[in-house]
Write a protein that binds this ligand. Structure first.
Ligand code: CP
Length: 317
C-alpha cells in the first residue's frame, strides 16, 4: 500500500495512509528519544526549539470507552507542554442533547486547541475549515492508526527490522480497527501478515482480499514470529457469530499448549483490553515473549512523537 507523499506536520491523522515514509522514521526516532528522556525523568519539551512561555491546550474527546489510548494521549500532551482537557463522559456533553460530532468539533474549535484527539463509533472526515489537527484515537471498526504505530515500534524494538517478519492476527478481525491499521502499516514496512479467525469474523473488503488465512491456529502459530491476539468485540456485533464463547476458546485461544509450539524467539501482542480465559490464558502473563504491557508503555512515546510532528515541533540544534 502506498502512503502519503507529503509530511503529516500540521495535518490531521485519520489513517495510516496519511503518513509518509519520512513521518514513520521520524515518529520512531522521536519515540526512542522520549523513552530515554523518560528514563532520566526529563520533559519531552527539552528536545525541541519551542517557546516555553506559550500556553496551549488540547481536547481529548472519547465517545467510546478507553483506558490505554486516552491516558497515553493525556500524558503525551502534558509532556509536550500542551494542557489536555478530557471529555470522556459523553453524558456530560451536549452530544447527549443531539449535537453531532461535527458540531461538537466546530464548537471546540472556538476554544483554539492545538489539536483534538477523537475516538468515535464511526469514521469521520474532519472539516477542512478546522485549522488544527484531528487525531484518530479509534474510529469504529475502521482504523486505529496510532495503535498500529506503537505496535510496529514495539515489534521493531524487540525484533529489529520488520522486513520479512511474520505476523499472525488471531480472532475477531472483522470488527478490529487495530488490524486494519496494522495490516496497512506492517505490510508497508515489509512484514508478512496473515490471519486466523472464524469464518463469521473474516475481514472484508479489498484491503484483506490477498491476505493469507490459516484455518488452523496451531499451523499459524508455527508459522509466526509475532502473534497479535484480539478480543471478541461484541459491542460491534450486529449478528450471531455462529459459535459460543466456549467453542471460540477451543479454536482461537492462546494458552499453555499453544505457547509450547510457538517460536522461542517469538513475541506476543494484544492491543487490549484483553479477556483472560477467552482469547488468552493467564500463562501468557508469565511468558517472557509477552509484550502486551510494553505496548501500553510505548503508547506514550509513540503518541507524543506523532503529536510533536503534528505540532511542528523542531529538534533543537
Ligand atoms: N488499544 C486500545 O485502544 O485500548 P483502549 O480501548 O484501552 O484505549
Amino acid at each position: 500500500m502506498s502512503l502519503s507523499q507529503k509530511s503529516i506536520a500540521g495535518q490531521s491523522f485519520i489513517s495510516v495512509s496519511d503518513l509518509s515514509d519520512q513521518d514513520i522514521l521520524e515518529v520512531f526516532k522521536r519515540a526512542r528519544h522520549f523513552k530515554k528522556l523518560t528514563d532520566k525523568n526529563r520533559p519531552f519539551t527539552e528536545a525541541f526549539d519551542i517557546d516555553a512561555s506559550q500556553f496551549l491546550n488540547s481536547f481529548l474527546l472519547f465517545e467510546e470507552p478507553s483506558t490505554r489510548t486516552r491516558i497515553s494521549f493525556e500524558i503525551a500532551s502534558q509532556k509536550l507542554g500542551v494542557y489536555p482537557i478530557v471529555i470522556s463522559n459523553i453524558k456530560s456533553s451536549s452530544m447527549m442533547k443531539g449535537e453531532t460530532v461535527e458540531q461538537t468539533l466546530a464548537t471546540l474549535a472556538c476554544f483554539k486547541p492545538a489539536f483534538i484527539v477523537l475516538r468515535y463509533k464511526l469514521s469521520i472526515a474532519p472539516s477542512k475549515k478546522l485549522n488544527f489537527p484531528i487525531v484518530n484515537a479509534g474510529f469504529g471498526s475502521y482504523e486505529h492508526p496510532t495503535q498500529a504505530l506503537l505496535d510496529a515500534f514495539t515489534i521493531q524494538e524487540a525484533k529489529g527490522d520488520l522486513q520479512g517478519k511474520k505476523v499472525l492476527i488471531v480472532g475477531d478481525v472483522l470488527h478490529s480497527r487495530v488490524s486494519n491499521s496494522n495490516l496497512k502499516l506492517l505490510k508497508h514496512l515489509g512484514a508478512k501478515v496473515a490471519f486466523c479467525s472464524p469464518s463469521s469474523l473474516f475481514p472484508q473488503g479489498d484491503l484483506w482480499k490477498d491476505v493469507q488465512e490459516f484455518k488452523n491456529l496451531d499451523e499459524g502459530i508455527k508459522w509466526a514470529d509475532v502473534l497479535m491476539c484480539l478480543r471478541i468485540q461484541e459491542e460491534r456485533h450486529n449478528m450471531n457469530i455462529g459459535l459460543s464463547i466456549a467453542e471460540y476458546r477451543d479454536y482461537y485461544h492462546l494458552g499453555a499448549k499453544q505457547l509450547e509450539i510457538f517460536s522461542k524467539k517469538g513475541i506476543i501482542m494484544h492491543p487490549g483490553p484483553y479477556v483472560f480465559g477467552v482469547e488468552i490464558g493467564q500463562e501468557v502473563l508469565q511468558d517472557p515473549r509477552n509484550l502486551i504491557l510494553k505496548q501500553v508503555e510505548n503508547g506514550v512515546y509513540v503518541r507524543a512523537a506523532l503529536l510533536s510532528i503534528l505540532l511542528n515541533y523542531k529538534w533543537k540544534d
